[in-house]
Design a protein around this ligand. Structure first.
Ligand SMILES: Cc1cc2nc3c(=O)[nH]c(=O)nc-3n(C[C@H](O)[C@H](O)[C@H](O)COP(=O)(O)OP(=O)(O)OC[C@H]3O[C@@H](n4cnc5c(N)ncnc54)[C@H](O)[C@@H]3O)c2cc1C
Length: 379
């Protein structure tokens, strides 16, 4: 089958590899003139790691990934609210989580593509969907007709907007900065993943391989706030002045070019993920807030499932129906749960913070309660 993919992000690249492995004739089109890796670090939870090993058991994820054996949730003074040990008896068997630099993961995936199947500088501007074929039109003048088109063009997918004009973004109420720095700039290296929760703000520290540190900072704010867009690392550190050490130190050690800003949004769940011979994948289909660390994981799973249903079904229509059946409930659950975690972290009023923290200490959500997420049932 001839398959076109719009977007060479994590979802599009994984889909291209999985579909090529099954013998399909796959072309992937990316609007950028190079595969950029904005967004710094990424946590790949156990399900994402399992999916990558289904893609290729020899994929050297360990070589680019920092293994995460546990995580702390702290209050803004650095006091432990929750100490999650992913290795403990509570944890799900085979629960391996890794933190990676996005650029490293892109490189790893890109290296798995068949030669001459990736086309950069190709901005898809329109899709013409017929019953038995589909054509993508590009700003360059290229027109590509395929049996199936995969829209993996991210949360702002123009392909989705064309066929799902009523799809709705939901601003989560908080905005986020991310950066990766060399740990040598710090007085003491950070060795454990932690997230510190204050009033309407959060700060995360995630060690990466090669002595690098990924950090993220989330703050309640208006959407598209020019004041937030203008914050430098120095000014951001003032917003976190009441947080424990080394939060300010990390921010002050970050160069302005190393910091990336994004308003946090998700996509209201769609009624369907397919239209004729067009299929949505990854953020284009179900962008989620990052609170469960699952956006990329869900995109990778989508890619594996799409390849599997096309392998299992001789006809395209039942294959696409199976894709929707296998993906929709799971991704909607992730989107919903991730929003809820964000609301607990960001919307609890100041006077309720001690109660929130006490309740989390008394009844921590166990790794087992996330068993549905980390198991391989989705495949
Ligand atoms: C702050 C933050 C933290 C996150 N942390 C995590 C985490 O820890 N773990 C995790 O699993 N996920 C995380 N995510 C989510 C994760 O980044 C995304 O879910 C994931 O990157 C989605 O991949 P994708 O391939 O679907 O889309 P994208 O990565 O957005 O890729 C889409 C690609 O399509 C291209 N494109 C767009 N339009 C066109 C067009 N018209 N023509 C051609 N090409 C086009 C784009 O240039 C881009 O390369 C986080 C997200 C945010 C915002």
């Amino acid at each position: 089958m001839k398959i076109g993919i719009i977007g060479a992000g994590i979802g599009g690249l994984t889909a291209a590899i999985a579909l090529q492995q099954n013998g399909h004739d796959v072309y992937i089109f990316e609007q950028a003139d190079e595969i950029k890796a904005v967004g710094a670090g990424l946590v790949l939870a156990a399900n994402a790691i399992n999916a990558l090993s289904l893609l290729n058991p020899d994929l050297p994820v360990e070589s680019i990934g920092q293994w995460i054996g546990g995580a702390y949730i702290l209050d803004q003074n650095g006091k432990v609210i929750l100490d999650a040990d992913f290795e403990s008896a509570e944890s799900v068997e085979g629960n391996q989580n890794f933190a990676v630099h996005r650029a490293d993961l892109h490189r790893l995936l890109r290296d798995q593509l068949k030669p001459d199947s990736l086309f950069l500088n190709e901005n898809c501007i329109e899709v013409q969907a017929k019953d038995h074929e589909i054509t993508a039109l590009f700003a360059s003048g290229l027109a590509q007709t395929c049996d199936l088109l995969v829209a993996a063009d991210g949360i702002h997918s123009s392909t989705r907007k064309q066929f799902w004009p009523n799809s709705v973004y939901r601003y989560a109420g908080y905005t986020c900065w991310r950066g990766v720095i060399d740990q040598n700039r710090l007085k003491k290296p950070i060795t454990r993943f932690s997230e510190s929760w204050g009033k309407g703000k959060r700060f995360g520290l995630v060690p990466l391989v090669n002595n690098r540190l990924y950090w993220f900072a989330c703050l309640n704010a208006k959407q598209n706030d020019p004041e937030m867009a203008a914050l430098t690392p120095e000014k951001l550190s003032l917003r976190f002045h009441d947080f424990h050490t080394p939060v300010s130190e990390v921010l002050r050690a970050t160069h302005a070019v190393e910091m990336h800003w994004t308003d946090i949004r998700d996509l209201k769940p769609l009624q369907s993920l397919t239209h004729k011979r067009l299929v949505l994948l990854g953020d284009a289909a179900h962008a989620t807030t990052p609170n469960l660390g699952q956006g990329a994981g869900m995109a990778i799973e989508d890619a594996l499932v799409l390849a599997k249903v096309l392998y299992d079904h001789a006809q395209l229509d039942p294959a696409l129906q199976a894709y929707v059946r296998k993906r929709q409930l799971r991704v909607n659950k992730v989107v919903q749960m991730s929003r809820q975690i964000g609301a607990i972290a960001h919307k609890t009023p100041g006077w309720l913070l001690p109660l929130r923290n006490a309740l989390l200490r008394l009844a921590p959500p166990s790794q087992k309660s996330l068993g549905w997420l980390y198991s391989t049932d989705w495949y």
